[in-house]
Design a protein around this ligand. Structure first.
Ligand SMILES: *Cc1c(COP(=O)(O)O)cnc(C)c1O
Length: 540
C-alpha cells in the first residue's frame, strides 16, 4: 500500500512555507540578518530550529526510531492528531473510524476538520473488535484510530490484533500509545519500517512526567513524516522547549515508571474489596478504571474529601465507572481509605467550626485535621499570632482563628478564650477518634529545649514546667501561655505535659508551640489500616 496515494491532492501539491533558516544552506555565518529578528540577546531573540534537529537526534536514539521517522508537536500529541487529519482527510467528504470508548480528542479534531467519525464499540470485555472495525471502513475512510493502552479502559490490545487491522486496511492506521511505557505488551513502533500505513503516537506527557512541556510525537515511514513537516506550523516548537526537553531527558524524568506500575497494583488491590467497588478493570496504563454502584455519588464523596477523579460514566460500556490516576503512595492510600470507608459510619470528615461569643471576646475557629497547613490567624496580638501560626505550620492541620477581644482591658480574655475555642474545635474535629494514633511526644531543640507529651485518650491532666525570665515577649504576657495551653487542654479533654528550658524567652515559647504542633500531628494521625479506637477498652 502506498500511503502517498491517500494524501489529499492539495497537500501533495503544497508548496510549504519556506523559513529563512530553510533557505540558508550553510556556510560560515556570523551576522544573521535574514529573519527580521532582534539582534539583542534575550535568550530567545532567535527563531528556533524549525526541524528540531538536535532534539530529533536524541529522541531517535531514545526510542530507537530513525530521525526521519519522527514528527514533533509543540502542542502535544494532540497536534499530531490534527495534522494527520489535515494531511489525509478531505473535509466534508472523507471519514475516519475510531474505537469507542476511547480518547475524546479524535472526535473533536474530526469535528473541527468537518470529517465524519464512525465509532466502533469495543467488545463488552474491552477487547478489540478487529472484524467490526474493518467492516466499518469504506472507500472514503482514511484513518482508523486505535488507542492502546486504551484511555479510559486501561487495557492494551495484543500487537498481533492491531497488526491485523493495519495489514487489512487500505488506509492509515494511527495507534495512540500515550501510555505504552506502563505496559508489557510492547510498542507498534517496531512496525513502522515495514508498514508504511502505520502512524504511532507517543507523548512526553504521561510516563515522562512532562505534561506541562507540551511535546508529542508521531512515528511513521519517512515519506509520511515528510508531509507532517510540510503541514505543521513552521516554528511549532519553541526554542525553550527544545532546549529544556533535551536537558530533562538526560535527567531521566521517566524514572518513576516502575514505582507507578507497582503503585497501580497496590491501588487496585487496596480498593477491590471495598463494598462500593463492583469491579476493578485490569490496567496497562497509569490509571485504573473501576465500576461502582453509583459513580456520581462516589465522585462527589471523593471530591468532598479533596480527591478528584474522572467520572467516565457517559461513555459507552462505561456506565458507573470512575477513572483514577495512579498517584504517590500517600495519595493512593488516601483513595484506598476513602473507598473502603464509603458507606460506613467512619468519621472521615475531620473538620469543625467553633464560635464563641462573650461580652469580652468574639472568636471563630475552624479546623481541618486533613488539611495541608493552610492558615489565617488574627487575634490582635502580634506575638501570639506568630506563635499560633506554628500550629498549622508544624502539624499540617488547617487552622483559621479570628478573634476580636477586649485587648484594651488586657490580653487575658483573648488568650484564654482562643485556647478554649481551639481546644473545642480540635475535640470536635476528632469526632469518634477511631483509628487515631492517640499519643504524641516530641523532644527537640538547640539551646532551648521544649518537651510536649500528649494523650488524646480523654482524661484531662495538665502539667506545665516552663520558666520565663521576662514578663512580655513582644506584645504578649508570658504568664498567659500557661493559661492558654491549660484552656486548650481542658477544652480538648486531653492529657498535656509541657516543659521547656532556655536562655531566650522567644525561643522557649516558640519551641513549645512547635513541639505542641508536632505532638498533635502524631496523635491525630490515623492509622490507615486500623479503624478501631486505640484503647484496650474499645472506646475512648
Ligand atoms: C493524555 C493522552 C494523550 C497526550 O496528549 P498530549 O497532547 O501529548 O499531552 C494522547 N492520547 C491519549 C489517549 C491520552 O490519554
Amino acid at each position: 500500500m502506498n500511503p502517498i496515494s491517500l494524501i489529499r491532492d492539495n497537500i501533495r501539491a503544497l508548496e510549504p512555507y519556506s523559513t529563512a533558516r530553510d533557505e540558508f544552506k550553510g556556510g560560515d555565518i556570523s551576522v544573521w540578518l535574514d529573519a527580521n529578528e532582534s539582534p539583542y540577546p534575550t535568550g530567545v531573540n532567535r527563531y528556533p530550529d524549525p526541524h528540531q534537529k538536535s532534539l530529533k537526534t536524541r529522541i531517535s536514539s531514545l526510542f530507537n526510531v530513525p530521525a526521519e521517522s519522527i514528527f514533533l508537536g509543540g502542542a502535544g500529541s494532540d497536534e499530531a492528531i490534527d495534522v494527520a487529519i489535515r494531511i489525509f482527510c478531505r473535509p466534508g467528504i472523507d471519514n475516519m473510524v475510531a474505537i469507542s470508548p476511547s480518547y475524546g480528542v479524535y472526535k473533536v479534531a474530526a469535528d473541527i476538520n468537518d470529517i465524519k467519525i464512525r465509532e466502533v464499540c469495543l467488545n463488552p470485555d474491552f477487547s478489540l473488535p478487529v472484524e467490526r472495525i474493518l467492516e466499518a471502513a469504506d472507500a472514503d475512510t482514511k484513518i482508523i484510530w486505535i488507542c492502546s493502552p486504551n484511555n479510559p479502559t486501561g487495557n492494551a490490545f495484543p500487537r498481533e490484533e492491531i497488526l491485523r487491522v493495519v495489514e487489512n486496511f487500505n488506509g492509515m492506521v494511527a495507534v495512540d500509545e500515550a501510555y505504552v511505557d506502563f505496559s508489557d505488551k510492547g510498542s507498534m513502533a517496531d512496525f513502522i519500517a515495514t508498514h508504511s500505513n502505520l502512524i504511532v503516537l507517543r507523548t512526553f506527557s504521561k510516563a515522562w512526567g512532562m505534561a506541562g512541556m507540551r511535546c508529542g510525537m508521531a512515528f511513521a515511514a519517512p515519506e509520511v513524516i515528510r508531509y507532517f513537516d510540510r503541514v505543521k506550523y513552521p516554528y511549532n516548537m519553541s526554542s525553550i522547549i527544545q532546549k529544556e526537553l533535551l536537558k530533562r531527558i538526560e535527567i531521566g524524568t521517566a524514572d518513576h515508571i516502575p514505582e507507578l506500575r507497582n503503585q497501580r497494583e497496590i491501588l487496585a488491590d487496596g480498593i477491590k474489596n471495598a463494598s462500593c467497588v463492583e469491579k476493578v478493570f485490569p490496567s496497562d496504563a497509569n490509571f485504573i478504571l473501576i465500576r461502582v454502584a453509583d459513580a456520581g455519588k462516589i465522585y462527589d464523596y471523593l471530591t468532598k474529601h479533596g480527591v478528584i477523579v474522572r467520572n467516565r460514566s457517559r461513555l459507552p460500556l462505561c456506565e458507573n465507572t470512575l477513572r483514577i490516576t495512579v498517584g504517590t503512595p500517600l495519595e493512593n492510600q488516601r483513595v484506598i481509605n476513602l473507598l473502603n470507608a464509603y458507606g460506613t459510619d467512619l468519621h472521615l470528615d475531620r473538620t469543625s467550626a467553633v464560635s464563641r461569643d462573650t461580652t469580652e471576646t468574639r472568636i471563630s475557629v475552624e479546623v481541618n485535621l486533613e488539611g495541608k497547613g493552610e492558615s489565617k490567624i488574627d487575634t490582635g496580638l502580634k506575638f501570639f499570632d506568630h506563635m499560633l501560626q506554628q500550629i498549622p505550620h508544624h502539624s499540617g492541620i488547617s487552622l483559621r482563628v479570628v478573634c476580636k477581644g477586649d485587648l484594651e482591658v488586657d490580653e487575658h480574655h483573648t488568650m484564654e478564650d482562643v485556647g478554649i475555642a481551639l481546644g473545642e474545635a480540635l475535640l470536635k474535629a476528632l469526632g469518634d477518634k477511631r483509628g487515631i494514633e492517640r499519643y504524641g511526644f516530641v523532644l527537640p531543640m538547640d539551646e532551648s529545649r521544649a518537651m510536649v507529651l500528649i494523650d488524646l485518650g480523654g482524661r484531662i491532666e495538665f502539667q506545665w514546667d516552663v520558666e520565663f525570665t521576662r514578663e512580655y515577649v513582644g506584645d504578649t504576657p508570658t504568664e498567659m501561655f500557661a493559661h492558654f495551653f491549660q484552656s486548650v487542654c481542658h477544652a480538648m479533654k486531653c492529657n498535656l505535659h509541657i516543659s521547656a528550658k532556655g536562655e531566650n524567652n522567644h525561643h522557649v515559647i516558640e519551641g513549645v508551640f512547635k513541639a505542641f504542633a508536632r505532638a498533635l500531628r502524631m496523635a491525630i494521625r490515623r492509622d490507615p489500616f486500623s479503624y478501631a479506637p486505640p484503647s484496650s477498652k474499645g472506646i475512648l
